[in-house]
Design a binder for this molecule. Structure first.
Ligand code: GDG
Length: 468
């Protein structure tokens, strides 16, 4: 029996994707994205373990090592995936935590599955964590894990980070299992949020709903204190810098611009999700042609919509809506061989994404609510040339950090959105450069490594508690 890991990350998904090898034998590849690249070095330094699901239902996998990380798969049946993942996580919590943009589903069987699967994750962590280990729990799918884990292993130091917004009391109160979620999170020593407002919502709810004693951003329990703090997540600036330095990426950016016909290039890159405000931005863009604010040929919109949660009904409805909208706008204002919107329902590799960022004159990020929005920060990180403008929603978590350089907008206000998009299209080079410089300073100084370090150092500095 080994002594267990001194550092454990637990997330719904393992940080690897399965790839089919040439000989048909599947292998694993590290998933792209900042979270994994920020945590991987810490994992290697501390002999860490990552506990998560492989992404395939009904699969029993033994623990394995990949890319210097020890990975412990947690099984999920097809029914678990449907009820816990597509159900409670993505049809209940996701809409509830994003301002109820879509109606949340409150279903007892889904809740039961959420409890069951959270317990399975907690059991798996309890088995692999060494004595007094640091455990970092990720995101809304696992909010009960901190408490479940503390019951099993009071010696652990437990941190939790929520990647999405945490709603105000008025909305959170709808949840039939609201107390259980708060109690689940209070199992942690440190609960991290993207923004201070979310931490404040959480602390206020603990006071109102659990009658807990609170002092500023701390929840004071009988035997210990839980800290609620903000740690705005960021992007892997070094990775993006390396990508945009590649000659083939620069060539590809030129090629994309030529293919798009020479007008101003507006770009949207999102998971296809109703929180991202895709229909609002396309409506605004379409109206600019009907109003005469823009003439066909003057500007094109490239919208990348990465397939997401395709078995959840709201996502199917949204996809139909967007595709109808794109068809209508192109039908009306496009010309043969020259649509005004290029809509792509697919996902790309990081090189293509970097080339798209370099090709875009105006990056349009208009979520109705978003925990942070990494796309906005990735665009800024890629624009070393100081060209390009960012249109950014007030409701993105990135807004407080980028507002001095971005063209800020309320995405519910279609006229405002049109005006702001035009402002960004017509901004002169000097104005663009000034704005980009301000935003780049912030993103470069606060990259994802710093985020991970700040969270872990705050977790390590939470007061020792003596387990009963
Ligand atoms: C959640 C929260 C929070 C997109 N298309 C492709 C692709 N992407 C990458 C982007 C970016 C990431 O996916 C999306 O991150 P976002 O932050 O924009 O949005 P969510 O997926 O909703 O993320 C969010 C985040 O967690 C982190 O805490 O910011 O608020 O909702 O990195 O580049 N990547 C590749 N191909 C694509 O086609 N390779």
């Amino acid at each position: 029996m080994s002594r267990g890991s001194e550092f454990v990350v637990v997330a719904n998904r393992l940080p690897v994707d399965r790839v089919a090898g040439e000989d048909g034998v599947p292998s694993w590849r590290r998933s792209p994205g900042g979270l994994v690249s920020a945590i991987a070095p810490v994992m290697r330094r501390r002999e860490g373990t990552w506990v998560g699901w492989s992404g395939a239902a009904d699969e029993e996998l033994e623990p394995f090592d990949e890319d210097g990380m020890h990975l412990v798969p947690v099984r999920q049946s097809a029914e678990d995936v449907q009820l816990y993942y597509e159900g409670f996580s993505n049809a209940t919590l996701w809409p509830l935590y994003h301002d109820v943009i879509a109606p949340p589903v409150y279903d007892r069987a889904m809740w039961d599955a959420y409890v069951r699967v959270n317990q399975r994750f907690a059991d798996a962590v309890a088995k692999v964590a060494g004595k007094g280990a640091i455990v970092w729990v990720q995101d809304y799918q696992l909010q009960l894990v901190p408490q479940m884990l503390r019951e099993l292993r009071p010696d652990l130091r437990i941190g939790f980070f929520l990647h999405i917004p945490f709603p105000p009391t008025e909305l959170f109160m709808q949840l039939p299992w609201r107390r259980r979620i708060l109690e689940g999170l209070l199992g942690a020593d440190l609960v991290g949020f993207q923004l201070p407002g979310a931490a404040a919502n959480f602390v206020r709810l603990c006071r109102q709903l659990l009658d807990a004693k609170t002092v500023k951003q701390d929840v004071v329990l009988d035997d210990r204190t839980v800290r609620a703090r903000a740690f705005p997540i960021s992007v892997d600036v070094d990775e993006l810098r390396e990508l945009i330095a590649r000659p083939e990426v620069r060539r590809r950016a030129e090629e994309i611009r030529e293919d798009l016909g020479g007008g101003t290039v507006l770009l949207g890159v999102d998971r296809l999700d109703y929180t991202k405000g895709i229909t609002q931005r396309l409506q605004a863009f379409g109206e600019l042609f009907s109003d005469g604010g823009l003439k066909p040929g003057e500007a094109v919109f490239a919208q990348i919509a990465t397939p997401s949660r395709e078995r959840v009904e709201q996502y199917q409805i949204l996809r139909d809506q967007i595709e109808q909208q794109v068809g209508r706008i192109n039908g009306e204002y496009g010309e043969l061989g020259a649509p005004v919107i290029h809509y792509l329902h697919t996902s790309y590799d990081r090189e293509e994404l970097a080339a798209l960022y370099l090709a875009a004159d105006v990056m349009v990020v208009t979520p109705l609510r978003d925990g942070m929005n990494l796309v906005a920060k990735e665009y800024v990180a890629c624009r070393e040339d100081l060209h390009g403008a960012l249109v950014l929603s007030e409701f993105a978590g990135a807004a407080p950090e980028l507002r001095r350089g971005a063209f800020m907008v309320n995405p519910y206000d279609i006229d405002g959105l049109k005006e702001t998009m035009l402002g960004a299209i017509h901004a002169d080079r000097a104005d663009q450069a000034r704005r980009m410089r301000v935003m780049r300073k912030r993103v470069i100084e606060h990259d994802v490594d710093r985020w991970a370090q700040e969270f872990l150092s705050a977790l390590e500095h939470t007061p020792e508690h003596v387990p009963a």
